[in-house]
Design a protein around this ligand. Structure first.
Ligand SMILES: *Cc1c(COP(=O)(O)O)cnc(C)c1O
Length: 379
């Protein structure tokens, strides 16, 4: 089966991991900071904190940005459940903003309309989380303008988008946001096995994230209540977690970072190749963009095409097509909270007709031709 996404591991990656296994530190060693510095520099952000997953990154960032009981977080329904779940870990109120049917990202118009209504009813959000779906950046400049007008913080979910850009800046620069989170799950752009990372330019947020990643503990005497107990001494200042990532994982991440641009170039090549080979089929192809990281290549089938039949027949031919995403608010857990069909019609309609084609650096042109021919014959 050709998968929809797959990691690409080189001998250098393996050697980097082996070197850590032979060293003194498997965790809490130097590889973590090296990886953090590398990603921060690449993205053009001042600080980076690596953690055990992107879900952990979302949870800690929401917490550190003050999301507590009765505060409100809005995101898009066209995302992985983790974006919304992490708000519920903080016991906050979750709500969604419908998508733009061209980019499948959060619609700026829908956001504006919802903010106007929320202002009148006194239910403005504290945090808005745009998700750069498939690697195509949201319109951060417009969202930032709205954040200034309505007073919410922006946290970017860039799980799909390391290596992507927006207006000549790398995603993760946080030029338009408080913080940006990445995922290093094997289907994403680069991998650490499991892993995530937060970039920010806010020093206080950075220090809070470092503490929360490791139980809320500090060894910084400036922050302690008892200043001179001895050099063994540390204090727990708040309730944190063990969301640490290991040096083994970060060695892999660091090695993968040196291949990131190569991965993006190959993904873009393959995406352009799809776009050249598929235009005569009854499909809406994704928006072309040199700025996308091309995590996913999604095609929208026509309304009268039987998506399920196309999906099953592609799978029968050994092609691991997928569907991104089931709108978060339609999962039973979210329906129990009062969400229902019809709440976000554009995301729901998109979901009914979408199909993700395989895309990853190791996909061969022969495999891609097989995918295109299969789709053509099925349609
Ligand atoms: C994968 C993903 C996550 C969660 O990432 P993990 O590293 O698996 O926790 C969050 N948001 C989006 C949009 C994702 O695609």
């Amino acid at each position: 089966m050709i998968p929809y996404g797959k990691q690409d591991i080189s001998q250098d990656d393996i050697d980097a991991v082996t070197a850590v296994l032979k060293s003194d530190f498997l965790t809490q060693g130097p590889a973590v900071e090296c990886f953090e510095r590398r990603v921060a520099e690449y993205c053009g952000a001042q600080y980076a904190v690596a953690v055990s997953s992107c879900t952990a990154a979302l949870h800690l960032t929401y917490m550190a940005c003050g999301l507590v009981t009765d505060k409100r977080l809005w995101t898009t329904p066209n995302t992985f459940v983790a974006t919304a779940n992490a708000a519920l870990y903080c016991d906050a109120e979750i709500d969604f903003v419908d998508i733009d049917p061209q980019t499948y990202n959060m619609s700026v118009e829908a956001l504006r309309t919802k903010l106007e209504a929320a202002k009148k009813s006194g239910t403005l959000p504290d945090i808005v989380v745009p998700v750069h779906f498939s690697g195509y950046s949201c319109d951060l400049e417009e969202i930032q303008k709205l954040s200034e007008e309505y007073g919410f913080q922006i946290i970017e979910d860039a799980a799909h988008c390391i290596g992507g850009s927006y207006k000549d800046k790398k995603i993760g620069s946080c030029a338009y946001s408080k913080a940006c989170v990445f995922s290093f799950h094997p289907v994403k752009i680069i991998t650490t096995g499991e892993g995530g990372l937060i970039t920010t330019n806010d020093k206080d947020l950075y220090e809070a994230l470092l503490r929360l990643r490791t139980h809320g503990i500090t060894r910084d005497t400036d922050l302690m209540q008892q200043k001179d107990e001895g050099s063994w001494y540390f204090e727990q200042l708040e309730l944190g977690y063990n969301y640490r990532i290991t040096d083994i994982q970060c060695a892999l991440g660091l090695s993968q970072m040196s291949r990131l641009d190569e991965f993006i170039t190959r993904r873009r090549e393959l995406a352009l190749r799809y776009t050249e080979k598929l235009p005569l089929l009854p499909l809406q192809l994704p928006q072309n963009s040199d700025d996308s990281s091309w995590h996913l290549y999604v095609v929208r089938l026509e309304n009268d095409t039987d998506r399920r039949a196309v999906f099953d027949q592609m799978r029968e031919r050994g092609i691991g097509v997928n569907v991104h995403y089931i709108p978060v608010h339609l999962h039973p857990f979210y329906r129990q909270k009062g969400f229902k069909e019809g709440d976000f019609p554009k995301a729901e309609n998109y979901y009914k007709h979408t199909l993700t084609l395989p895309l990853y650096p190791g996909l061969t042109e022969d495999e891609q031709d097989h995918i295109c021919k299969s789709l053509e014959s099925i349609l």
